[in-house]
Each structure stands twice: as structure tokens, then as C-alpha cells.
Design a protein around this ligand. Structure first.
Ligand code: ZN
Length: 455
């Protein structure tokens, strides 16, 4: 500590921090500082290397008034600094985030948007923590965060600092992440997202729960009393959560019926979700050609005049806004994509085993969707419209078995896609570990299960 700071330490009785500041501000309040000095001087020691260590009552001598240079330096040292941390929220912009962090600094804003390293901060992934230090005018002194590129392990620490001349610099170093496994449970009272919010489950985990179970569950029709447990991975650095990873296993009870799934990297594959007996969940049909998201869930609850029922016209109608993406409900080949009378713009997809699906009244087809195109489950094939005989924007969805229309909500598609014998032992080990974790979430069922496994 410089002698002058020691002096200030005593004079003001407040904790002092060093930091850069602008001289203009220092001069503008120097008059005030003079006044403080004059009052403080009577009780304060002369400048001495170790004055701060002396008890205040022993100080008797008058203090000479400091020079202007000293005053400026003192004001710089006297300035308030703030360290704050915020996490990125859904829909955040850089400006909104900086505002919450108390940063009011056009130069910093400009630097972040233009510097090649600092720009990576613009990937505002939800739940990412950002820490800053500012002065009391909101000028940025430093900013720290960790960014990830989407892969599981790679992450970089980004630090932006301001030097004594007021210039910003951004540095980029490799982060060492620690993987943890977390468990959480939720109960459906109003909607899936309300339940995940209540349980502090990140949105990325909520989305993964949907994609794990959307071949079994229509998330538009959850019931009060539905319940789920989830095991997922997260990545940490210095006690701070940097990112959320993958759902490793989940179970979801819908209308009293339990569904379970576990993530497994099969040999030579891309990994996917399997039932606990080793059947791939991907080889089934999505319950809805429309994605279920926080936004669409709100939409379909507000306006849902016709959706979800098997009608006399042999299809299920899903209401949605014009332009909402429509997804292929399973892997297949496009059999036709054309204007087709009352169906309007219609896509028909042929799947395996005599199954086909049809999607009608589209506003338009997705690029590249034509007869012969290969599509995968969840791929966008077109957009909701009201072409043909349609009273309002919706997708009319048909499910056919050997060209005979069936109710897609009640048809049971046999799942024949199982893991190979080489993968099965490893899969069983993973599945049994996850079983055990779920048991930990349900202590009342532990006794029952261990009895069952012992027999
Ligand atoms: Zn219809």
C-alpha cells in the first residue's frame, strides 16, 4: 500500500481499492476531497511508512494538505469498485446482460463486438456465468467468463482487461473442466417447463427430456401428477458451473405409465437413447410433427381449437401459427411433396415395414424436400399453413399402415431395433448404474427393487 492510501485508509475509515480512473473525474470532485481532508486532518497522523499500524488515539500532529497530484491519486484510490456476477438468461442480448452487470461502457461494448477473441462472449448460452469488475461509473475494468464450443470437454476462459491507458485486451486460455453427475426430480402441476423451473433444471435438460420421450409421450397432454427423474452431467471449474451436458438417463411417468431411457454410445454409432432393455427409442414415431418447446407449449395451451383428436377424416390436427416448422416423425424417404386437392401442400413419407405418414395444409415445403429425399426423424420437412380445405393454420397428420389410416396416438409400432450382442454387456452395466441412481431418488422403492433383483 502506498503511504497516501494508508492515509486515506485512516482518514475515511473505509476500505480502499486501487484502480484506474479518469483524471477529469478526479479533479471535479477534488473540492469535496479537500473538505473531507480538512475535517479528517485533526485526528490523523503525518504520512509515515507504517502509520496505519498505529492506534488512532496516539495521533496528534497536524497533517499538511496534499498537493493536487496527490489528491488525484488519492481520489483514484478512493474510488468504489464493484465485482458482480450474472448468468445469461433466455433471450439475453449483450446490452441486457451488461446492464444487469452494471456495466455502462460504450467502449467495452464496442470492443466485445469487434475483437476476435472477445466476440466469443456473444454466444450467450443460457446459464453461462459472467463476472465483471467496474468502477462506480460503470466502466469495465475486467470481465471473465468461460465459453464452450458445444463439445463436451473443450472450453476456454475468456478474460477482457483494461490497461492503464484505457485500452482493452482479450485473452483466451484453455479451461480445465471437472465433470459431475447431477440428479433431479420434477412434478407436473401445470406444464413441463413450470416443473423444470421449479426444480432448477436448466432448459437444455428440459429439451433433452422432451427429445428422449417424445416417441412415447405427447408433451401437450401431460397430466397433473405426472412425474419425472433425470440424471445429467454438468461441467465445473473452480466451483462454478460452466455448462450443462447430456441427460444420461431419465424416467417419466405419464398418466400412470412409466417410461425409462438411458443414453448409450453404441460401438461405431453416434450414441442415442435406449429403453432399459436395450431397444433404441429412435426407431419409433414422434407423437407430434410439431416440436414441443417452451414457446409452442404456451401457444398450444392458449389456442388449440382442434388439435390432438383422431377425427372422422382419419387424421390428427395440430393447430399452430403459420410458418411453424413441421418435422418428419420418423426416418424415411419422401414419397411425394406436392399440391394435392383438399390436402393443400402435402408431404407423404414412406418408412420401414409398411408405415407411412402424411402432413397436409403446409404453407410451403422445406428446402430440398422432394420425391426421393431421405429424411431423418425430427428433420423439418415444411411449415404450417392453411392451404387446401382448411379453416385455419394447422397441420393435418396421418399415420398409415399398409396405406390404411390409423390413429397415430394409439397405434403401437413394434420396436425391433435392439443393441447387438457385442454392445449388450456394456449397455447392461450402464443401465444398472442408472437404475441404482433412480433408486436413490426414490428411497421408498429401494427395498422393493433390491428384493426383486435378489430373487
Ligand atoms: Zn385434419
Amino acid at each position: 500500500m502506498r503511504p497516501l492510501d494508508k492515509f486515506l485508509h485512516i482518514a475515511s475509515g473505509r476500505r480502499q481499492l486501487f484502480g484506474s480512473s479518469r483524471v477529469s473525474r478526479a479533479v471535479s470532485i477534488s473540492a469535496l476531497f479537500f473538505a473531507v481532508c480538512a475535517i479528517g486532518a485533526a485526528a490523523v497522523a503525518p504520512l509515515a511508512p507504517d502509520a496505519a499500524d498505529l492506534p488512532v488515539k496516539k495521533l496528534t500532529q497536524e497533517l499538511p494538505l496534499p498537493t493536487l497530484d496527490e489528491q488525484i491519486a488519492a481520489i483514484e484510490a478512493n474510488e468504489q469498485h464493484f465485482v458482480r456476477e450474472e448468468t445469461v438468461r433466455r433471450g439475453d442480448t449483450l446490452s441486457a446482460l451488461l446492464l444487469r452487470l452494471g456495466v455502462e461502457d460504450d467502449e467495452a461494448d464496442k470492443f466485445i463486438k469487434t475483437d476476435s477473441v472477445a466476440r466469443s462472449l456473444l454466444q450467450l448460452r443460457t446459464d453461462k456465468a459472467v463476472r465483471v469488475k467496474t468502477n462506480d461509473e460503470g466502466e469495465l475494468e475486467w470481465l471473465q467468463t468461460t465459453v464452450t464450443d458445444g463439445s463436451d470437454k473443450a472450453a476456454r476462459n475468456i478474460e477482457i482487461t483494461r490497461d492503464a491507458n484505457g485500452h482493452f485486451k482479450a485473452t483466451d486460455t484453455t479451461a480445465n473442466l471437472e465433470r459431475r453427475v447431477e440428479m433431479a426430480s420434477g412434478n407436473i402441476i401445470s406444464s413441463l417447463f413450470a416443473a423444470t423451473d421449479d426444480a432448477n433444471i436448466p432448459d437444455s435438460i428440459a429439451s433433452q427430456i422432451i427429445s428422449m420421450f417424445e416417441t412415447n409421450i405427447d408433451f401437450r397432454k401431460l397430466q397433473r401428477g405426472d412425474q419425472f427423474n433425470v440424471v445429467y452431467e454438468s461441467f465445473w471449474q473452480d466451483g462454478q458451473k460452466v455448462k450443462t451436458g447430456r441427460v444420461l438417463a431419465g424416467e417419466f411417468t405419464n398418466a400412470g405409465k412409466p417410461y425409462q431411457a438411458v443414453w448409450f454410445d453404441e460401438a461405431g454409432g453416434q450414441g442415442g437413447y435406449y429403453t432399459f432393455d436395450g431397444k433404441s427409442l429412435k426407431k419409433a414415431f414422434l407423437k407430434s410433427p410439431l416440436a414441443f418447446t417452451r414457446i409452442s407449449s404456451g401457444f398450444s395451451m392458449r389456442v388449440h381449437p382442434i388439435s390432438g383428436q383422431w377425427k372422422q377424416h382419419k387424421g390428427v390436427d395440430f393447430a399452430a401459427g403459420i410458418g411453424t416448422p413441421i418435422r418428419a416423425t420418423a426416418d424415411g424417404v419422401v414419397d411425394s411433396a406436392a399440391m394435392s386437392g383438399g390436402y393443400g401442400n402435402l408431404v407423404v413419407i414412406k418408412h420401414w415395414g409398411g408405415y407411412s405418414t402424411a402432413y397436409a395444409h403446409m404453407q410451403r415445403f422445406a428446402p430440398g424436400i422432394r420425391k426421393g429425399s431421405h429424411v431423418s426423424q425430427g428433420e423439418v420437412i415444411g411449415f404450417v399453413g392453411t392451404t387446401g380445405w382448411s379453416t385455419g393454420p394447422h397441420v393435418h397428420y396421418e399415420f398409415r399402415v399398409n396405406n390404411d389410416a390409423r390413429d397415430p396416438m394409439s397405434v403401437v409400432v413394434p420396436n425391433v431395433q435392439a443393441l447387438s450382442n457385442t454392445d449388450l454387456p456394456r449397455f447392461k452395466a450402464v443401465a444398472s448404474d442408472m437404475h441404482h441412481r433412480f433408486d436413490l431418488l426414490r428411497p421408498e422403492r429401494l427395498a422393493q427393487n433390491s428384493k426383486a433383483s435378489a430373487s
